[in-house]
Design a protein around this ligand. Structure first.
Ligand code: FES
Length: 118
């Protein structure tokens, strides 16, 4: 009689332990997935902010001071297929100002190298 009780008690204990273990596992999986989701959201939000800041800076940063050509226009020209300084200058009008391109040509070259190497 006592043995039977002990067996049943052990079985019930094993079952309860298993249930607790399963619950813990599920909770941990939930927490991990929500953590990774939050991380992804934060990263994507960070990326959005970074891209927005870069866009604003590109709009307001003048590459060619003489002609007031913004970096955004230079980047667009490169994205549209201008792969040399001359092509970028022809597409944007940069380099045709008072300094004859002495100030903006190195910046255009730098942007070309940076954008074409991505
Ligand atoms: S800065 Fe571009 S022509 Fe002078």
């Amino acid at each position: 009689m006592e043995n039977n009780f002990n067996e049943k008690y052990d079985q019930a204990q094993d079952k309860a332990n298993k249930e607790i273990l399963d619950k813990s596992k599920k909770e941990m999986e939930k927490q991990e997935s929500s953590k990774s989701n939050k991380k992804d959201e934060e990263e994507s939000e960070e990326d959005k902010q970074r891209r927005l800041q870069e866009l604003v800076l590109d709009k307001h940063t003048k590459v060619c001071l003489c002609k007031a050509i913004p970096r955004l226009k230079i980047k667009e020209a490169i994205a549209n297929g201008a792969d040399t300084v001359e092509k970028v200058q022809k597409a944007t009008g940069a380099g045709s100002g008072g300094c004859g391109g002495r100030r903006c040509t190195p910046k255009i070259q730098e942007l070309l190298e940076k954008q074409l190497n991505q």
